[in-house]
Design a protein around this ligand. Structure first.
Ligand code: F6R
Length: 617
């Protein structure tokens, strides 16, 4: 099936082959199970596709070069159903040879449509739902209907979520794309135009974009862009300019995007904080557009997210409850919707998503809105679906994150959560202005402190070398150190394929301590000595695991005597209040995972089985 994918379409004077392949390379992080392109040359469709990464497709293109073309579509796939074979790769074509089509999403009624088409004599070549759409489109254009009209017709028949892009060999000037609940942006050039799932695909050519709405079809030629709904009524997209340039979507001398993004974190945090705290000492989140009267009567907050964003939400709970005294729950998005959660119009829901396209989070947000909650989205991708559908949005402004493992997105999600927590405290009067000012001073000091952690990170490489043969790693923390531990473990799992678990340090003795054996690496995040009553508790927890043979890696503030004494390896952290400590403590854990995965020879940016933007449930 379509799954979660990167999609690009091009029409214009450039060499379409180059535009498509370079666009696919920029989107490879969205999926890398297979890739393919289709072009039209001399009125004939040409298709090349290959399972595996884009490099395989490039190999195929060398063996069987495409003729020059000025229109085409390209696709990189993350398979959800149907194995990632050459045959199942996109583009798919219609049996009459006219249509090539690419798809992101899932066509839910393909099992009913397919036999219907087979009964009409259509022969299928793949097992994909996508081919159903290609065949349907083929039949429509064969009846003499234009490609755009045909697309609207089939969109009315298809169920599920999809982005579709198609070309017709008999109309080689025209690209047609449709969107329902999957991402699609149009790139507006001079005498050329693009469509893609992501602006990164065309950012080297233009920074002008049009965000498509749901249920819309766009017809694109070299000099026209026409949008309608599925019934053909004129419709509007939203035009915007992308503020980052192509260099942000390139590695810039780093071996991995992930490493580059880790090192961008001081800047990213500065960008998140920028302009949100005025000189007269007031947080200004005017973009929230939720009346303060409404925020004053909120009696419960529910934070919903997945993966790393969920970990950011867990940290946010500690901060928000502490600062606002509003009860705050945090829930994994895929669990939330299906358990009939208690929501009223006085519930504030906060969704957190880097991509803004995560299907689980979006579904949960939709459910919360239906129940009357106000929703604030914390998001990194301007114009994505989740922020568009929320009542309000707080953008993290981290810039594009391309490495599949979340790093700067996670850290900026933390910063945005802190800002939101302080803002709620300001609105509700639960913190004095000088208390907010003190936290803001600490927050504004974090970019320099993160920089310090990055500058001193060389020993983390040595640590990774010494732990290269480990089979399992534990991460422990209390309070906000606990979600930090979860995040450290997730980073290690996803890119170095190492078994790793994060635990609340105090919970260990209730079971997991049985895992501890001689030499097991245990990372422990220690709250500040002398300023946090949990310091002693965590120190005791280190002693517990050390007594059982653990190899202790202690992340503690510089000068923490107890931590230093108990550490087999000490990772010193700059001073910060406990509640903000995840902003610095997460960084060595990210670097550790990156180093270990590199040493193990894995593809850090594109770990197996994962995709950056999870647009299926
Ligand atoms: C982990 C990671 C994922 C994402 C999760 C949510 O490194 O990247 O766990 O955090 O898939 O994605 P977004 O934030 O795009 O909703």
């Amino acid at each position: 099936m379509g799954g979660m994918c990167g999609i690009i379409g091009y029409v214009g004077p450039r060499d379409a082959r180059e535009v498509l392949v370079s666009g696919l390379r920029r989107m490879e992080y969205r999926g890398y199970d297979s890739a393919g392109v289709a072009t039209i040359s001399d009125g004939e469709l040409q298709v090349r596709k290959k399972s595996g990464k884009i490099a395989n497709l490039c190999g195929e293109l060398e063996e069987r070069p495409l003729p020059e073309a000025h229109i085409g579509i390209g696709h990189t796939r993350w398979a959800t159903h149907g194995s990632p074979t050459d045959v199942n790769a996109h583009p798919h074509t219609s049996a009459n040879g006219r249509i090539a089509l690419i798809h992101n999403g899932i066509i839910e009624n393909f099992a009913t449509l397919k036999p219907m088409l087979e009964a009409q004599g259509v022969r299928f070549t793949s097992q994909t739902d996508t081919e159903v759409a290609a065949q349907l489109l083929g039949l429509e254009v064969a009846r003499g209907v234009g490609l755009a009209e045909a697309m609207r017709t089939i969109c009315r028949q298809l169920e599920g979520a999809f982005t579709l892009v198609a070309i017709d060999s008999e109309d080689p000037q025209l690209l047609v794309a449709a969107r329902r609940n999957s991402p699609l942006v149009v790139g507006v050039g001079e005498g050329e135009n693009f469509v893609a799932s992501d602006v990164a695909a065309f950012i080297e050519h233009t920074n002008r974009a049009i965000e498509m709405g749901q249920g819309q079809v766009v017809e694109v030629t070299t000099d026209s862009i026409t949008i309608t709904d599925f019934d053909g009524n004129p419709a509007q997209g939203r035009a915007y300019e992308v503020t980052w340039d192509v260099s942000a979507a390139e590695k810039g001398g780093y071996d991995w995007f992930m490493r580059k993004e880790i090192f961008e974190q001081p800047q990213a945090i500065s960008d998140t904080l920028l302009g949100r705290y005025s000189v007269n000492g007031e947080l200004q989140l005017d973009e929230l557009r939720i009346p303060v009267e409404r925020l004053r009567v909120i009696d419960k907050i529910i934070i919903i997210a997945c993966g790393s964003a969920y970990h950011a939400g867990l940290v946010a709970k500690y901060a928000i409850e502490h600062w606002t005294r509003i009860a705050c729950e945090v829930e994994i998005a895929s669990e939330f919707r299906y358990r009939d959660p208690i929501i009223t119009s006085d519930t504030l829901v906060i969704t957190i998503s880097q991509s803004g396209e995560t299907a689980d989070t979006r579904g949960a947000q939709e459910h919360a809105k239906e129940q009357g909650a106000k929703v604030i989205a914390i998001c990194n991708t301007v114009g994505a679906t989740i922020p568009r559908e929320a009542d309000a949005v707080l953008y993290t402004h981290a810039g594009p994150e391309i490495g599949v493992a979340s790093t700067k997105a996670f850290l900026t999600q933390l910063a945005a959560c802190y800002l939101l927590g302080l803002y709620l405290a300001q609105v509700r009067g639960t913190l004095y202005a000088d208390e907010i000012a003190a936290v803001m001073r600490d927050l504004e000091a974090t970019p320099a402190k993160i920089q310090q952690v990055l500058d001193d990170s060389a020993p983390v490489l040595d640590l990774a070398k010494s732990l290269l043969e480990s089979k399992s790693v534990l991460f422990l923390g209390r309070h906000v150190g606990y979600p930090t531990a979860l995040e450290g473990a997730l980073k290690l799992k996803e890119i170095s394929y190492l078994h790793a678990e994060g635990f609340p340090a105090g919970e260990l003795k209730h079971g997991p301590i049985a895992l501890v054996e001689e030499g097991l690496p245990v990372f422990v995040i220690v709250p500040p000595q002398g300023r946090d009553r949990l310091h002693e508790k965590v120190i005791s927890n280190i002693k517990e695991v050390q007594a059982r043979g653990a190899y202790t890696v202690v992340l503690a503030e510089q000068g923490d005597a107890d931590g230093t004494e108990l550490a087999d390896v000490l990772i010193p952290l700059p001073q910060l209040p406990t509640i903000l400590q995840p902003l610095v403590a997460s960084v060595p854990l990210q670097i550790f995972a990156c180093e270990l995965a590199t040493l193990r020879g894995y593809d850090v940016d594109q770990p197996r089985n994962l995709a950056k933007s999870v647009t299926v449930e």
